[in-house]
Ligand binder design. Structure first.
Ligand code: B16
Ligand code: MG
Length: 217
């Protein structure tokens, strides 16, 4: 039986960094006089930093040049880094470590497939970097989800066939990317929003290890 590759998204699946992204973007939006609500923040899930700024600017019907965009992008990341500086293992979402350790125990493969350029330091801070056989993040890809590049690269790095890969994702674009890659998509979050996923779980506390075991066969 060939090994399966279990590919995890980061933000919204392993840790809840969306709240820190929100705080950093909200500060910029208010400096630009744009109203930016938690509902708007939903649209930024799984979306790259550059694209996120464009979405916020469009909300306020504001057009600015590249130089000014770069200034805001730098501020966003500096603020975000200051928020995540003190993250530790208590910020891993409930049930995640149990599933990661079970996959490891069964000698299957674990990879990260995230849009974030800060993925590695976050995994280090929450002390689970050692569990990953491969990491693909925003520094490695040119095409954002729903393009499947991030997951295709992750499967390739751990030498797994796409059909033997299982993707855990909290964003619609991420689920679409997994489906396009012919991988098994598992939605983590609201099943109504993530209805394109093959399987859905509200969070990892609702996922039994028997689900992982069944996927291995
Ligand atoms: P950074 P994921 C994504 O992470 C976030 O969901 C998204 O809100 C963020 O803009 C993106 O990473 C880029 O993050 O600014 O750290 O490079 O869900 O793909 O793990
Ligand atoms: Mg996510």
């Amino acid at each position: 039986m060939s090994k399966k590759a279990f590919i995890f998204d980061l933000d919204g699946v392993i840790v809840d960094t969306a709240k820190y992204h929100f705080l950093a973007w909200q500060k910029i939006a208010s400096q630009l006089g744009i109203e930016f609500t938690p509902e708007h923040n939903e649209e930024l899930k799984g979306v790259s930093r550059v694209r996120s700024l464009d979405i916020i600017l469009a909300l306020g019907n504001i057009e600015i040049g590249q130089e000014e965009k770069n200034k805001w992008l730098t501020q966003k990341n500096e603020d975000y880094l200051s928020y995540i500086e003190h993250m530790d293992e208590t910020e891993i979402l409930p049930g995640v470590v149990n599933i990661l350790e079970f996959i490891k125990e069964k000698k299957q493969l674990i990879a990260l497939g995230s849009a974030s350029k800060n993925a590695r330091p976050i995994l280090e801070k929450v002390k689970i970097l050692h569990l990953f056989d491969a990491i693909v993040d925003g520094n490695d890809v040119t095409n954002a989800k729903p393009d499947p590049e991030v997951f295709l690269r992750a499967a390739k790095l751990v030498k797994a066939k796409n059909a033997n890969a299982i993707v855990f994702e909290d964003s619609v674009a991420g689920i679409q990317a997994a489906n396009i890659a012919n991988m098994i998509s598992v939605g983590i979050g609201d099943a109504n929003i993530l209805h394109e996923a093959k399987y859905n779980f509200k969070d990892f506390t609702f996922m039994d290890t028997s689900f992982i075991e069944a996927l291995m066969n």
